[in-house]
Design a protein around this ligand. Sequence first.
Ligand SMILES: [Zn+2]
Length: 198
Amino acid sequence: MDTHPAATSGPAAATSRPLPAPARKSVLHDLEQTRLAIEMIGLGARLQVLEAEVSLPRERLTRLYKELRGASPPKGMLPFSTDWFLAWRPNAHASMLLGAYRFMIRAGHLDGIRATLAAFRMYREHLCVTGEVAQLSFTRAWMLVRFYERGMLQLARCQCCRGEFVVCAHAARQRYICGLCLPPARAGKCRRPGPAGA
Ligand SMILES: [Zn+2]
């Protein structure tokens, strides 16, 4: 006994699919994307980051970059290593940024690049207050969010201070103690961290 194929009959079947939306090239969309690019370039985004987030042609982005920064965008690869975020000092900063990013999603109802931008601003404002030197460029912050969203980096809760810190996705995290509660021996030798336990 054969089963009847699903309802694909009818003369309209072949033409009833919605037309693929033509690339939305409205003036407003263009403007909005240009503003986004300007905002990102202002924060120091690399060209590859712009290309990934802004739907404008590469030439436009390059021109915009040159006009705003007065120089050609730097060449070379983006920093692709997750290890960088695990070193002691960058880890404290990365954890702060990722905390801000999650806050922007949860409480600010932002997502994607908007959440990243807002988190990066919050991170920089925090540094202004504490006077600490920035560890994360915008591009690093963007990479960090990417690694996190792809599950390559995660957050773990410190058993000691209860703060959440960036850890490698496959690291064993039972009884995890963060780098601020248990700094490596050499961390204190060069320079004391800014506000203890921040
Ligand atoms: Zn801790």
